[in-house]
Design a protein around this ligand. Structure first.
Ligand SMILES: Cc1ncc(COP(=O)(O)O)c(C=O)c1O
Length: 352
């Protein structure tokens, strides 16, 4: 069923009618009464109208019917637009946020960018907590949209920055009045966002599906999508895609360079996902897959999209369930923020 704003959401306010022309005899126009600001819930309902279904495009790959789900066509540019909107909407519905709220969150880029744009749009403050792995494009976007950006510099005991970022979020929440932490690593509303919105699009477009490949970081995407897709297509196999050196599926922690996919903690949301198999991809293979997506298929997609595509290709020999299985993978964000890394041959030649 195509997504539409929740029936509980208040209606989108009508565009104010223009005032009648000023009478000639009057020396001064009467003061226009200032319309009260629509409620936070109403502003969020308005925001919901800009999140539309994303397309599923066919790719010519032998031995399968392959589709890419272009989540980078969301309004701010990534799959994270979905949980950012849904978490704010549900928090407002439950009265957990109000006009005075300051949202504080740790993100490697996409979730913070979505929150930055959406909080601004609905009139809330937002403090993103980022780390040096963030792409220059995202950092500059955040510095242009948020009054305060906090960048941690110290690596945690796994060699990543996540734990340091989360400690900083705790400190800021303790010292900021009306702070709200969306906690994308454990918020069930992130799962619901992908259940209703991301997977909802797929259910509308496909009458059958054999395999779905999904990059994992917080686990929200795979938890929400797998639950909905298993309900709709009981035989579908959900393949979790991660980077070598990420600890989510038990690999030893190692320094990773491509943001978006992978994690230096095991996120609790992963345990809510229905996962049939896991594929771990080395970063060099992600780079090659991103280039192939661009040069062979015309898709300028980011690191986790390349990682998912690499996993599809690795898995191709195992795709034996039907003669020509129908396969879908998620393109979570656009290639632009990765131009100076994944798409730069000098940068990628330094990867182990
Ligand atoms: C580009 C990209 N791909 C994939 C993911 C993974 O999504 P999730 O955090 O829901 O597991 C993220 C998460 O930040 C991301 O930014």
């Amino acid at each position: 069923m195509p997504w539409s704003p929740s029936p509980q959401s208040p209606p989108v306010p009508a565009v104010p009618r223009t005032l009648p022309p000023v009478h000639r005899e009057r020396r001064r126009a009467p003061r226009t009464p200032r319309a009260p600001l629509p409620s936070l819930l109403t502003r969020l309902a308005q925001l919901g109208t800009i999140l539309r279904p994303t397309p599923h495009v066919p790719l010519a790959v032998p031995g399968m019917e392959l589709f890419a789900k272009l989540e980078y066509l969301n309004p701010v540019g990534s799959i994270k637009d979905r949980p950012a909107f849904w978490i704010l909407k549900r928090a407002a519905e439950r009265g957990e946020i109000c006009d005075e709220t300051t949202v504080i969150e740790s993100s490697s880029g996409n979730f913070a960018s979505a929150l930055a744009a959406f909080t601004r749009l609905v009139g809330l403050r937002f403090i993103p907590v980022i780390d040096p792995n963030i792409s220059a494009t995202y950092e500059s976007f955040l510095r242009r949209t948020c009054d305060t950006v906090v960048k941690v510099e110290e690596r945690d005991d796994t060699g990543g920055f996540l734990k340091t970022r989360l400690q900083m979020v705790q400190q800021l929440c303790a010292s900021t009045p009306h702070a709200y932490w969306p906690n994308q690593y454990a918020n069930p509303d992130a799962v619901d966002a992908h259940y209703h919105l991301t997977a909802g699009d797929i259910c509308t477009d496909f009458d059958s599906l054999d395999y779905v490949f999904i990059g994992v970081s917080t686990g929200g995407t795979i938890a929400g999508m797998s639950r909905r897709l298993k309900e709709r297509y009981p035989k579908v196999r959900i393949i979790a895609v991660d980077t070598e050196g990420s600890v989510i599926f038990g690999d030893g922690p190692r320094k990773r360079h491509i943001p978006g996919v992978g994690s230096s903690i095991v996120p609790p949301l992963v345990s809510e996902a229905f996962i049939d198999d896991v594929v771990l991809i080395p970063e060099r293979e992600t780079v090659a897959a991103c280039r192939e997506l661009l040069l062979t298929h015309g898709l300028f997609a980011g690191g986790s999209s390349g990682t998912a595509f690499a996993a599809v290709k690795r898995y191709a020999a195992k795709l034996t369930r039907t003669r020509c299985p129908r396969v879908l993978f998620v393109c979570a964000d656009r290639g632009t923020p990765y131009l100076d890394t994944v798409f730069d041959p000098a940068w990628s030649s330094r990867l182990e």
